[in-house]
Write a protein that binds this ligand. Structure first.
Ligand SMILES: [Zn+2]
Length: 220
């Protein structure tokens, strides 16, 4: 087993690493393509929260989102980076057990990854709220958490208040993870009534279409 430090760019080494990793846990012991064809991705994936894992197929470091592939002949499992599913043409099986075409497989892997990323952002928002509640005792965290769990976003008023409190408490947080919702008319009106300084405060929370909406409708 090679260490993380041996990670180099040479193609030969790379294939050798894959061979070293996959042949011992496959039934096929010589032909790398035959061995890889024993494996499938069925939708099991994990966010380990810190980008610190190594792809168990190619040894690539700094993996945060692990995708599980399973050997259909012996039930062994490997946790690998999503790119490797595509790169090594690992079979992808959908919920009904159907094997997807290469293009469909690519789409599913991309979609699964983006679901993990979205969930990770939601988790980071909730964690930030908990940190804020620990510092700012006038902050009614339960209302915000309940609202966020239901809508995955905040109203303009909630967001402006939150960002203000977070900045005042000097909390390190990712503004872009805090999403705005203006699906309801009163939320749209709320946003359009914001003064510029208030709008500036939450601007990086807005999606592109929300920004367009403001630019086209403000001061009318
Ligand atoms: Zn890999």
């Amino acid at each position: 087993m090679k260490s993380k430090l041996d990670y180099g760019g040479e193609m030969m080494n790379w294939i050798e690493r894959v061979k070293e990793n996959v042949l011992p846990v496959s039934n096929e012991k010589y032909n790398i393509r035959k061995a890889l064809d024993e494996w499938v991705y069925e939708g099991n994936m994990y966010d380990v929260e810190v980008a610190d894992e190594i792809c168990e197929l190619c040894d690539h470091p700094n993996i945060r989102y692990q995708f599980e592939i399973v050997n259909q002949l012996n039930n062994n499992a490997l946790l690998i980076g999503s790119e490797c599913i595509i790169r090594f043409k690992i079979s992808v099986i959908d919920k009904s057990g159907k094997k997807l075409s290469f293009d469909e497989a690519k789409k599913k892997v991309t979609k699964d990854k983006s679901r993990l990323v979205t969930e990770a952002k939601e988790k980071s928002v909730l964690n930030t709220l908990v940190v804020l509640a620990g510092i700012d005792h006038n902050f009614n965290i339960l209302n915000f958490i309940e609202y966020f769990k239901e809508r995955k976003a905040f109203t303009p008023n909630q967001l402006a208040l939150l960002i203000w409190r977070l900045e005042r408490a000097n909390i390190d947080f990712k503004k872009s993870h805090f999403k705005l919702t203006i699906k309801r008319n009163r939320e749209k009106e709320q946003l359009l009534q914001f003064e510029d300084w208030k709008l500036n405060r939450i601007w990086s929370c807005l999606s592109n279409s929300q920004k367009q909406f403001v630019i086209q409708n403000k001061n009318k």
